[in-house]
Design a protein around this ligand. Structure first.
Ligand code: GLU
Length: 302
């Protein structure tokens, strides 16, 4: 099979066990299906990246320590700003002057029941501004740029969740300071890099219809998705670095090497362990990644 998978960490803090588990599963999905595996550093949030220097290099070193390898050069979103601008040129867009607070107030419709997204669809406040109104607002505020999606919906395919449908709102393409938004950059990169399968944590499942829709609008193939479960702490919250002893470096201090961490990741996913990622791959049985994978959240340390 051709195509490529990827892992796309944000270099704002060290990879924790949940991130490493997602990376391992993404690598196993790609390698077991003979896809290329690419690494992309999602460093568009310059403020948070600057606050955590050298994190990206540490992330790459941690992946390598587990035996997770990648093809070609590591791509950094910060080097690709022009590509995002060019890709967005053909889209119908409009300027949005709303503050976060105004958006929250305007979209206080009660949450739409089961299947409703965890994000609030933009209510379209600025969609119909006249050019005079826009000129006036520009005097006091820099606008964000939104795509005009026109209140549509889109369905993507996920290997575990099946057909996933969701609303596509007029989401932000560029922030008020001109920075490309995650939803634009991720779709442009996945498209340009020839990514055919996106394996990532399931907190992004309900963003995938918007991303799939945008991929189609930009002329890219819509990738297949595999949303794997999140890692949680003992309180049932999303695992974070502050939970302690959750990075490779933390574990090293406790006397555990990469092979022991890898064994823990494998156990959490229901896979046979190996000394490194290649050995885990060699021991995979058909169906392991689909039917037998543990899809429920991993409570670390439980
Ligand atoms: N950079 C995102 C994160 O670290 C991942 C985005 C994606 O996989 O689509 O959460």
């Amino acid at each position: 099979m051709s195509g490529a998978g990827r892992f796309a960490p944000s270099p704002t803090s060290s990879l924790h066990l949940g991130n490493l588990r997602t990376a391992l599963l993404a690598w196993l999905w790609a390698r077991s299906q003979h896809r290329r595996f690419l690494l992309r550093i999602e460093d568009l949030d310059q403020q948070r990246v600057a606050a955590a220097p050298a994190v990206a290099e540490q992330q790459l070193a941690d992946l390598a320590a587990l035996g997770i390898d990648w093809d070609g050069e590591v791509v950094r979103q910060g080097d690709r700003l022009e590509l995002y601008r060019r890709a967005a040129e053909g889209l119908e867009t409009y300027e949005c002057f709303c503050t976060r607070r105004e958006i929250a107030q305007a979209s206080q419709a009660p949450n739409g029941g089961p299947g409703a997204p965890s994000w609030r669809p933009y209510p379209g406040t600025c969609a119909g501004l006249s050019s005079a109104q826009r000129a006036e607002r520009r005097l006091t505020r820099q606008p964000a740029i939104r795509v005009r999606a026109g209140g549509t919906a889109f369905t993507v395919h996920d290997a575990h969740a099946g057909e996933v449908s969701g609303p596509v709102d007029d989401f932000v393409l560029f922030r008020a300071d001109g920075t490309p938004a995650y939803n634009l950059a991720v779709v442009v990169d996945d498209g340009l890099q020839g990514i055919t399968q996106v394996v990532r944590a399931d907190d992004l499942l309900d963003s995938s219809p918007r991303q799939g829709w945008l991929a189609g609008r930009l002329g890219f193939e819509v990738p297949d998705y595999v949303h794997v479960s999140l890692a949680l702490n003992a309180q049932g919250q999303r695992l974070a670095k502050r939970d302690g002893a959750v990075t490779l470096a933390d574990r090293q201090e406790l006397g555990q090497g990469p092979a022991e961490v890898l064994a823990e990741l494998c156990a959490s996913a229901g896979l046979e362990k190996g000394r490194d990622a290649a050995e885990v791959l060699a021991r995979l049985l058909p169906g392991d990644l689909v039917n037998d994978l543990v899809w429920t959240p991993w409570v670390v340390g439980a």
